[in-house]
Design a protein around this ligand. Sequence first.
Ligand SMILES: Cc1ncc(COP(=O)(O)O)c(C=O)c1O
Length: 443
Amino acid sequence: MSTSRLALAGGRPAVPPGAFGRRPVVTGRERRSINAFLNRPDFGVGLAASARPSNLLAGQWADYLGVKHCLAVNSGTAALHMCIAALDIGPGDEVIVPALTFWASAAAVLHHNAIPVFVDVEPRTFGMDPAKIEASITPFTKAIMPVHLHGMPAEMGKILKIARKHGLKVISDACQAHGSQYKGRKIGAIEDAAGFSMEVSKPLSSGSEGGLFVTNNDLTFERAKMLRQFGERIIPGRKREYNAFGVGWNYRISEFGAVFGLAQLERLDTTTRKRRRCCDMISSGLKQLKGVKPPFTPADRDPVYFNYVVEFSPADAGVDMEARPFRECMEKALRSEGVPMGTWQNIPVPAQAVFLKKNAYGKGCPWKCQHYRGSVSYRPEDYPETLRFLESHSYLGPFGGKIVPETRELAERCLEGFHKVFDNLDRVLALLNPAQKGKRATA
Ligand SMILES: Cc1ncc(COP(=O)(O)O)c(C=O)c1O
């Protein structure tokens, strides 16, 4: 029971200003690596393919996951687009995507003229709900794209089983899930292909923009290689032919980003372990409080906590309030205690304008493209669990690019912030929302 004065009432915040670091963590290792790279005598066009940081990074990431092939690219979106294209998914095809994700998962599908079909998420882990997938499969479906949101692996066993039954490919959007595991196997190693982001805030950061494409399939890898570089076959050591076999992009990663990423990869497991320990500590502390629920981790998953997400429940707190205003009050009170809480996205992806208008790049395409013979509708109300998540859940950390706690001391201070707010809920609500005073159902 916290008896210290609420910051909202003029008390000292539980978490002092400046206690949270900002993403990404930069150490001497990154600085030394970038300098050493610049100082190489063969720096620039003289750098042999085998010495390029992008190729070293790809090799190390493949080893880390235990996959056969990896390509370093310039974004997670590029990596996902390569998954779609390299698996021969294109005009007229449908891909099943969760309604709760960053929209780049669906954009990667649209980039190759295919159609995203959304399914709702499972209410405890917020991954695609396997129970809702089969109802969305049509004769046009080619793949399922689970997203391992917040670093929590989706229910891969069931998803892979459904895919096998219907002859579909599985593509992981692992943009937030570097090193996370499902039943002891790393995400990225158990699908047909997967894409990771190395955008500046990600667990494996390039310090700028970047991504990683992975697959175990030789043909998929060969196709992805061409897509990464202008649709050409570019073979190290051989004279370039300048002959495109189809459309391709320039999805190559900056070598500087790859150098930064290599330095980050050296300590990925250490930082993940620290973050997990801190999140577990916060979670067990939150279990003692009424009105805030820690994230749920099934026994068969090892999440990496790219973000730490809690649910605010007015009903559990015995408060007669709707979920959203209650969440907003709790976020405000916690932020005043120095705990950086807030929301990420506000609407399901299928509620975004591009889907409501069904116009991605003009003339109603790809929905009106001649190859598409299906029909898909995008209605936000079809995704009640996604809507419920958006009303009632809040993120610890990402605001101003804050790092999810990696030290015991910061985790303890955050917990103290939660205690201050939830042990004094009547007072908090009175301070923030006087209309609610005396409205507690079970105070
Ligand atoms: C779930 C998800 N998918 C895809 C992406 C796209 O990654 P990038 O920003 O590197 O293109 C992100 C990045 O934020 C993401 O969080």
